[in-house]
Ligand binder design. Structure first.
Ligand code: ZN
Length: 452
């Protein structure tokens, strides 16, 4: 039966309106005034709760097949549904095999089949010498590519040398798909680490870890990438920007007309190095969470629009890999789990700085939809798109508990943080996939998520 989703606060591409979203067979057919709902619709009136477009997380490590004990399609898509995220785009590494050729992509699709509560798509890898796999991966349906200019922290997925990258770039440019780059160079990190090991060498201190991955590692990588972008004219996307010092050159690149987009993550916008306790390896990620002043400059870049989107870089691991007993940042796995709480984390920061809910829609739905080429079906509440919706209470406040996470391991530095905004329900193509109105998440038993 056709449905009408009604609220006084529907977040549409042109602003917030009192409206009814008309759905039939999973697609938004029209958006109209609540008084104009045609006969025959089942009406769901959410009152003053906000209706947001389903969020898209363009940076997730699902790790299946191969490392399902770290995360997996079942658990990642469940956490996503609880967090108002209706589409995940999976990174090509940490799974086995890594998604660097078509056979591996097919293996991933088989592994995901019938396990997903939300939709998902895949990034392919540009890794080592696989330039010949770039075009076939595009034909097989990847939304773009990921590469590393530094060792990715895990055996199997190869970083690219400058030479290997230049061999791949003409192929990438031909596909028209974006290349997502982990922009850190090894040399400044190796130099800083060597110096630290000569002097203090206390790897339980967060300050030691931060000093080991200086801003210059990001800056030097971004300089090289912008030069390559100027030369090969491929769509360059900087993932997880952590240093605000890169903002001026990114602004300049945009002004010059280079096809560059930029992402940051909830943890860089929420935490600050000064507040991270020593030995708290839950806060380890790469690049590292930097200073409070740097965080505020990242917020300015959000305000200015230099940062196009926020993605989680959700990258969990089994508890043992966090090395809680040693508490050493050099030994612990880096990666922060945040799928289920990313929306309230970002909203807490946005609302405190005077932004409205339209900014959530830009950063966490429209922005990633554009990056992944999903605008025809996702990324906005608009006629013709999938009816993916989040019912959101922007004023509710809560302390995050481990029970709120829903990923395979209930480990996250957000546990016990006070956040603003709560997901009340999530809809995928008009079907309610998660209900949180009773204070806990109840999930649909029917797994309707698709590979897209
Ligand atoms: Zn990542």
């Amino acid at each position: 039966m056709a449905q009408a989703f009604v609220s006084t606060c529907v977040v549409l591409p042109d602003g917030i309106h009192s409206a009814a979203v008309l759905e039939d067979e999973g697609i938004i057919r029209a958006v109209c005034a609540p008084s104009e709902i045609p006969a025959g619709y089942a009406v769901h009136d959410f009152g003053t709760l906000a209706l947001l477009p389903g969020l898209i997380d363009s940076h997730v490590h699902i790790n299946e097949p191969g490392r399902t004990e770290w995360e997996g399609f079942r658990t990642a898509t469940r956490a996503a549904a609880a967090g108002g995220i209706t589409t995940l785009v999976d990174m090509p590494l940490n799974c086995l095999p890594e998604t660097t050729n078509v056979a591996a992509l097919e293996a991933k699709r088989s592994a995901a089949y019938s396990k997903c509560l939300v939709d998902w798509a895949a990034w392919g890898g540009v890794a080592g010498d696989n330039a010949a796999d770039v075009a076939p991966l595009a034909a097989a349906g990847v939304r773009g590519y990921k590469c590393f200019l530094i060792y990715p922290g895990c055996e199997g997925f190869q970083m690219v040398s400058l030479q290997q990258l230049e061999a791949a770039l003409p192929h990438v440019a031909t596909t028209g798909l974006p290349l997502l780059v982990h922009a850190e160079l090894e040399e400044p990190i190796a130099a800083a680490t060597a110096m630290l090991n000569e002097t203090s060498n206390d790897w339980r201190r967060y300050a030691t870890y931060l000093a080991s991955r200086p801003d210059e590692a990001e800056l030097s990588a971004i300089r090289i990438l912008l030069a390559l972008c100027r030369r090969y004219r491929f769509r360059l996307h900087i993932v997880h920007l952590a240093t605000a010092q890169a903002v001026p050159m990114l602004r300049q690149a945009r002004a010059e007309g280079l096809p560059v987009t930029v992402e940051t993550c909830p943890h860089y916008l929420h935490f600050a190095a000064e507040e991270i306790p020593d030995a708290s390896t839950l806060h380890k990620c790469a690049p590292p969470i930097r200073s409070r002043a740097n965080r505020e400059q990242l917020w300015e870049a959000v305000r200015e629009g230099v940062i196009d989107l926020v993605a989680t870089d959700h990258s969990p691991c089994p508890p043992a890999m966090k090395k809680f007993e040693e508490g050493r940042f050099d030994l612990a796995w880096g990666g922060i789990a945040s799928l289920a709480v990313a929306l309230p984390v970002v909203w807490t920061g946005l609302s405190a700085r005077g932004f409205g809910l339209t900014e959530i829609a830009r950063l966490m739905s429209a922005g990633p939809a554009h990056l992944a080429g999903l605008e025809a079906r996702k990324g906005a509440i608009a006629a013709g798109r999938d009816c993916d919706l989040v019912v959101f209470d922007p004023d509710a406040e809560f302390h995050v508990s481990a029970n709120d996470l829903h990923s395979r391991h209930a480990l996250s530095p957000y546990v016990s943080e006070m956040l603003r905004g709560r997901v009340m329900a999530t809809y995928l193509r008009g079907e309610k996939i998660c209900d949180l109105t009773q204070g806990h998440a109840s999930f649909a038993s029917d797994l309707q998520g698709r590979a897209i």
